[in-house]
Design a protein around this ligand. Structure first.
Ligand SMILES: Nc1ncnc2c1ncn2[C@@H]1O[C@H](COP(=O)(O)OP(=O)(O)OP(=O)(O)O)[C@@H](O)[C@H]1O
Length: 250
């Protein structure tokens, strides 16, 4: 279990996330949603110890904020929303990069070869393993970046808008993969998602944020109670969703 206690995240003097506490469980996906500027990315980076933080982030009682970066990388993988997209490395080489925290200086140890092969197959990437990353489509690139994060064998996977720029088919495919792997490998997944439909359908629970604070965290029905969404987004989202669904019924 990942336990976050009283986490405060700042950029210089400006505190953006204030006193966040919450628990996240193995094999479960939590979607982080909320309006622009709510602090979703900042919370994710804070949990990954990627910016200035106070508080504790404990993974099975070990405070992740106190361990060396290389050990952190054996436990937590972070997929940023702004990955550079033009590497001159093959797909297979990209996956081996994900093994760096486990095998510094010995990139092709037995475990690395096993997990890279297994992940190439799981992600349907084997046939393109010798292709250059820069030659792939946006959806294929995103799949490779997710695969690279997973060969790290993390206990916690932090995803910042992983479905950005993907068409609906790729969005569903990618989140389906995340769900399958999270369950099979018992990974704790936190994913910032803008699409509320995807969040409500894919995640086991949803964390709704505004102004650096949690509004509510719970299952889809909990989120839809009491008009939390309309208040948080300052827009009648449930009514809009119902009206837009009607378009598909004719
Ligand atoms: N590097 C930075 N330096 C200073 N302030 C920042 C920095 N990054 C983000 N902020 C500020 O922190 C606040 C929260 O930003 P954050 O990116 O966490 O929000 P978000 O909920 O992920 O937004 P979005 O949905 O637009 O991606 C915003 O007011 C933003 O201007």
């Amino acid at each position: 279990m990942l336990t976050v206690t009283n986490l405060c995240c700042s950029y210089g003097q400006e505190e953006v996330v204030s006193g966040f506490s919450g628990e996240f469980h193995s094999g479960r996906i939590t979607a982080i949603v909320g309006p622009n500027g709510a602090g979703k990315t900042t919370l994710l980076k804070g949990i990954g110890n990627l910016l200035s933080v106070r508080g504790t982030v404990s993974l099975y009682s070990e405070n992740l904020l106190k361990i060396p970066r290389i050990q952190m990388a054996r436990r937590v993988a972070y997929l940023s929303q702004f990955e550079a997209h033009n590497f001159d490395f093959t797909v297979e080489e990209m996956l081996y990069m994900g093994r760096y925290p486990h095998s510094v200086g010995a990139s092709k140890d037995i475990r690395s070869s096993e997990i890279v092969l297994e992940t190439l197959n799981d992600f349907d990437l084997y046939a393109m393993k010798d292709k250059y990353f820069s030659e792939l489509s946006g959806g294929q690139k995103q799949r490779v970046l997710l695969a690279r994060a997973l060969v790290q064998e993390p206990k916690v996977l932090l995803l910042d808008e992983p479905t950005n720029h993907l068409d609906l088919k790729y969005q569903l495919e990618l989140l389906g993969l995340v769900k399958k792997v999270a369950i099979e490998r018992g990974i704790i997944v936190l994913a910032v998602l803008h699409d509320l439909n995807l969040a409500l359908n894919f995640a086991d629970e949803v964390l709704l944020m505004k102004s650096g604070r949690q509004i509510i965290k719970g299952s889809a029905p909990t989120l839809l109670e009491e008009n939390h969404l309309a208040h948080t987004y300052d827009y009648d989202i449930p009514t809009y969703m119902k009206q837009s669904l009607a378009v598909w019924q004719c």
